[in-house]
Design a protein around this ligand. Structure first.
Ligand code: FE2
Ligand code: FE2
Length: 285
């Protein structure tokens, strides 16, 4: 297979188009005059999307005391940004479902949903970060792999099917495609006119530099990715037991230093994340 640069890949391969509702959502986020009614109107153009969002809103994840019947009501209850991030996730669940990405036990959608939930949970513990934004960044972070799966499914199976990830996967990608999924993902999102803050997080989701103030969100996303990869779920008859196989001492030091999280805290958060994932994954179908 000939080698491409990321930009050639985006051009030549006709990578996934930005779904119409998604570009409307991105515009809505950028425009300070956007109202809750505008968001509701945007969603009303896609009834199946609305159904998905309302299913999530009424799920045990939020455990709201009363049932919510409409998008406007959901925004009043949970906030515009929260509903915005759920809508992006609901839309992206369909985009991820278009391509076969089951290289291991789980699909890419399962992975990004878990990372989104982990990033949201960690961002709630770090002052100055927006949990909804980190959730969306988690949902989008490996979109480059989705583009690669469309472009070269065999190559993806060869690389990701071996369970290769992190730096090793990036090296293998560079060798095979002359680009990496973080670079390609960011380029795709910029093509989609996704806000630069999100594209930048996706671009840097394998760089961990907690000392860089601007990079804190990216470091948190990288830590979320690593934590999700470390999760081992064991059925013990009376419910699943979650443990973490943490082999990277740099990660545990950073989690402790930057987020005040010791390993026992991480196990507790991972347990909650997996419980939330099990709850949400069925509603996003
Ligand atoms: Fe990645
Ligand atoms: Fe990832």
């Amino acid at each position: 297979m000939s080698k491409h640069t990321a930009s050639q890949l985006v051009k030549v391969e006709g990578l996934p188009m930005c779904p119409a509702v998604l570009s409307g959502l991105m515009q809505a986020l950028k425009d300070p005059d956007t109202t809750i009614s505008d968001l509701a109107r945007l969603l009303s153009s896609d009834p199946s999307l609305t159904v998905k969002v309302l299913r999530v809103v009424n799920s045990a994840f939020y455990s709201l005391p009363r049932r919510i019947y409409g998008v406007e009501q959901a925004c009043f209850r949970l906030g515009f940004r929260e509903i915005w991030s759920l809508t992006v996730a609901a839309q992206m669940s369909s985009v991820y479902a278009e391509v076969d990405t089951k290289w291991g036990r789980e699909t890419l959608w399962d992975h990004v949903l878990q990372v989104g939930l982990m990033a949201r949970a960690l961002a709630q513990r770090k002052h100055g970060l927006m949990p909804e934004e980190l959730f969306t960044a988690g949902i989008l972070h490996d979109i480059g792999k989705l583009a690669l799966a469309r472009h070269d499914p065999t190559g993806c199976t060869e690389i990701y099917g071996q369970g290769v990830h992190g730096r090793l996967a990036l090296d293998a990608e560079q060798q095979r495609w002359n680009t990496t999924h973080d670079e390609l993902g960011a380029m795709l999102l910029r093509n989609w006119k996704i806000p630069e803050a999100l594209a930048g997080l996706v671009e840097r989701h394998h760089d961990v530099d907690w000392n860089d103030q601007n990079g804190n969100g990216a470091s948190l996303l990288a830590a979320s990715d690593a934590l999700v990869r470390a999760i081992v779920v064991e059925g013990n008859g009376g419910g699943d037991l979650v443990r973490l196989e943490l082999t990277d001492s740099g990660l545990t030091t950073n989690l402790s230093r930057n987020l005040g999280l010791e390993t026992s805290d991480c196990v507790r958060i991972a347990t909650e994340v997996m419980r939330d994932y099990e709850e949400l994954v069925q509603h996003f179908k």
